[in-house]
Design a protein around this ligand. Structure first.
Ligand code: PSV
Ligand code: MN
Ligand code: MN
Length: 429
């Protein structure tokens, strides 16, 4: 049985050193918000209710098609990945679920894996299939596509793999399958747009028919890469079209990096919510394309605007919370540090959206007063919510300063001694 990464006393000692300053900051912010008629404890309660999932693939160093530079002590198997996710959850208290990707996260005993996660205080989010890479021993190649491939045998293999993922997910206690396919084309004329989409929908409907009643099928669109001319599920329009044809359990998943630069993603959120098809989110940030940079590192305002639309939509038609997940590639940092920092950015954006005076916003919108409508958002965005996020985290048993605690803990150096070295540069310090 796996122990939690840190003893509660270690976290309590850390918090004892920071609690006086935090209380001071929290009370000062509480007074400032109180003057605006906002109850800080109410906001903190909302923040405490927010959680997201961690993807196993973000616990190792990412890379590009040019190179990957692993660090000593990074996880080498699903058990070590779970341990690193447990670090993020124990310190942040906002990341209690893990999203597995198959076959990358294959294990010999999924019942035992579920118990292992439970001992860490972790559960499982959506399972992800992988038909964008060939796997050792596979009968057919995905070089010409998977669920949308012209070759029936290739499509059948991709369908089977997705059904296998559902079966594993049932054992793990997951409630969703996320399907992202790289299927597309690199040359005009290479693929018939209509027939390719038809094949994809037909194949995906076979997967859909195997979905348990209380599951969702999350369709993730992506504009380009690996295909550079056209992609079958390239945008939210194609994704919605597919979801609507498949049935009510099919929903659209929005990855922040999967759009053309400057696309109004917050409006996509509102649109998908309006038709009840907003199923999930992959958080990351980008400057140029699907950069998979850390959430909030480039455009924290966009993150805030996304949460504003979610809060607006939720206030209008309450419904199930979309499946929130981080999906990033940590190429130059210790992945645990990036996950801790990104979780904080995402929770902060959520907290800021919770501060928006919706009546003032709606009133300005109805009076056609763009400046005051904008100011309703601005007033919330300008607030430094760190004390609310840290207080909620501490009260749930997490660390006040997550990065300081993590660095002081020496976790990675310890793991460098215990775990198998990875990559060509293993051992170079
Ligand atoms: C594709 O770019 C993506 O964002 C999908 O979510 C995949 O599942 C993930 O990356 C990992 O490859
Ligand atoms: Mn993604
Ligand atoms: Mn991506």
């Amino acid at each position: 049985m796996a122990d939690k990464p840190f003893l509660p006393e270690q976290i309590a000692d850390h918090n004892a050193r920071h609690i006086a300053a935090l209380t001071d900051e929290y009370e000062a912010l509480g007074r400032a918000l109180g003057r605006r008629g906002i109850d800080i404890d109410g906001v903190k309660a909302k923040v405490s209710g927010f959680s997201l999932a961690l993807p196993t693939w973000a616990t190792g160093r990412g890379g590009t098609r040019f190179a990957k530079f692993p660090i000593p002590g990074e996880p080498t198997n699903i058990h070590e990945k779970l341990a690193d996710c447990a670090v993020v959850q124990q310190l942040s208290r906002a990341a209690p679920r893990v999203s597995l990707h198959f076959p990358w996260d294959g294990a010999s005993d999924y019942v035992a894996l579920r118990e292992e996660a439970e001992a860490y205080g972790l559960g499982f989010d959506a399972v992800n299939s992988n038909t964008f890479q060939d796997q050792p021993g596979a009968e057919h190649s995905y070089r010409s596509g998977s669920l949308g491939a012209a070759d029936t045998a290739v499509r059948a293999q991709a369908i089977r793999h997705n059904i296998d993922c559902i079966e594993i997910g049932k054992t793990l206690g997951s409630k969703a399958l996320t399907v992202w396919v790289g299927d597309g084309s690199n040359f005009p004329g290479q693929q018939d747009f209509t027939r390719a989409l038809d094949r994809y929908i037909e194949a995906t409907s076979e997967i859909y028919s195997r979905l348990p009643d209380d599951w969702q099928l999350l369709l993730e669109h992506k504009m380009f890469e690996p295909a550079f001319y056209s992609t079958i599920i390239s945008d939210w329009g194609s994704s919605l079209m597919a979801a609507q044809e498949l049935g009510p359990k099919a929903k659209c998943l929005v990855d922040l990096g999967h759009h053309a630069p400057n696309v109004n993603i917050e409006q996509i959120v509102a649109r998908l919510h309006r038709v009840g098809r907003l199923g999930g989110f992959h958080f990351n940030d980008s400057k140029y394309g699907d950069d998979d940079l850390d959430s909030g590192s480039i455009n924290p305002h966009q993150l805030f605007l996304v949460f504003n639309e979610l809060a607006e939509a939720e206030a209008r038609v309450p419904g199930p919370t979309p499946a929130y997940m981080i999906d990033q590639s940590h190429n130059v940092t210790d992945p645990i540090e990036s996950l801790l920092s990104s979780t904080e950015s995402i929770v902060s954006a959520f907290a800021k959206a919770a501060l928006i005076d919706r009546d003032a916003l709606h009133d300005a919108q109805d009076r056609d007063d763009p400046m005051m409508a904008f100011q309703a958002l601005r007033r919330a965005y300008r607030v430094d919510v760190s004390a609310i996020v840290a207080m909620a985290r501490m009260e749930a048993g997490g660390a006040i300063d997550v990065l300081e605690f993590y660095r002081d803990s020496g976790w990675r150096a310890r793991k460098a001694q215990e775990r198998k070295p990875v990559g060509l540069g293993a051992g170079i310090v």
